[in-house]
Design a protein around this ligand. Structure first.
Ligand code: TRP
Length: 349
């Protein structure tokens, strides 16, 4: 573990305590790229945490980063469908539009306009060093990085700063972007006068779930369990999960990662320790394990899936949640842009 990562974890723990005590001091901004259906990795890795933070009383903003979809792919696919799905999944998981503002990049011109002054504060060399951008380009098999891909961390700074967000719940891979955001805020403030907070990352409690083949959960690999799957589809996916031939089930992440992963999933759903579940299955073998995991997932997600099915029937409501969120984001973004232009001496009327 690096020193900066350890420092971020310590800072996050202190932040958690302060948010619990003074939720009114925080404006939280979270976000996702609308690239497809959400899966249980997203749920246990971030959405559950987001709902918890929303319930703490802090103000929550949730950006659906549609422009970020075209950073590492040419075609955005059915972007409107993905945006709606993200809202449906979020609402079904417990996000509340009365407490959380949901909006898209593309509908908030003032947010995007902040990118221009922000880019003037950042060097090309600095952008080229961003480890997350390099990793994403490599895993997408991109050899020629587009201008948008190179600069999207600065765009992400605009996502956070346009509403003066001061805390950003994220995973470890996003830490370079939060650091970039802090640098942009600091440099802007130095040059033009105090305007933006320097936001903190809030690292989610680490929950590592892998796909059913034991590798990173990813839609393109067909190894995900999506929130929207039916119980039968879930059963089928888990049945095809990679396991091993040892009849006695043990929780041994180092030597039996695939079995341990299934036990972890069951544990998250049941609220029982994975070792305990392993002991209960004993020599029942992998058939008993997959049956137990399937049952655990289908039971845990049944209420969410029921809400999801209802919400899916009412796309008019889903679109109105987004329209309200976009309206509010525009109001706040317009005010920030006006302040920025005034500080920069570019307010002409
Ligand atoms: N880059 C984030 C991801 O890939 C999504 C994102 C876009 C985001 N804008 C954001 C996250 C602002 C936090 C804050 O997951």
């Amino acid at each position: 573990m690096t020193d900066t990562y350890r420092a971020s974890i310590e800072r996050s723990a202190a932040l958690e305590r302060d948010i619990a005590e003074h939720p009114g001091n925080y404006r939280m901004l979270t976000g996702d790229r609308p690239t497809g259906a959400l899966h249980i990795g997203h749920y246990f890795g971030s959405i559950q945490n987001r709902v918890r933070l929303q319930e703490s009383g802090a103000e929550v903003w949730q950006i659906i980063a549609d422009y970020q979809v075209i950073t590492d792919r040419e075609i955005a696919g059915d972007i409107q469908g993905s945006v709606r799905n993200l809202i449906i999944d979020s609402l079904a998981a417990g996000m509340d539009p009365a407490k959380a503002t949901m909006f898209t990049h593309s509908a908030v011109p003032s947010l995007n306009q902040l990118l221009l002054p922000f880019l003037s504060l950042v060097s090309v060399a600095e952008l080229q060093r961003n480890p997350t951008v390099k990793d994403e380009a490599a895993s997408a098999g991109i050899t020629s990085i587009s201008g948008l891909m190179l600069t999207y961390p600065v765009h992400q700074a605009a996502d956070i700063l346009f509403c003066k967000g001061n805390v950003v719940p994220v995973g470890k891979d996003q830490l370079p972007h939060i650091e970039q955001t802090r640098v942009v805020a600091r440099r802007f403030n130095e040059r033009y006068g105090m305007t933006f907070p320097e936001p903190d990352a809030l690292l989610a409690p680490v929950t590592h779930i892998l796909g059913t083949d034991g590798t990173k959960m990813s839609k393109s690999k067909g190894n995900t369990i999506e929130l929207r799957m039916t119980p039968d589809e879930t059963a089928k996916r888990i049945k095809g999960a990679k396991t091993d031939s040892d009849r006695v089930i043990t929780f041994d992440p180092a030597n039996r990662p695939e079995v341990a992963n299934l036990l972890t999933i069951a544990s998250l759903c049941e609220g029982t320790a994975p070792e305990q579940i392993a002991t209960e299955i004993g020599d029942g073998g992998c058939a008993a394990l997959t049956a137990r995991v399937t049952e655990a997932i289908n039971t845990y997600f049944a209420p969410l899936r029921a809400r999801r099915a209802e919400l899916e029937q009412d796309l008019g409501y889903i679109d109105s949640v987004l329209a309200d969120g976009n309206k509010r984001a525009n109001e706040v973004g317009d005010a920030t842009l006006a302040e920025v232009r005034t500080k920069m001496g570019m307010m002409y009327s």
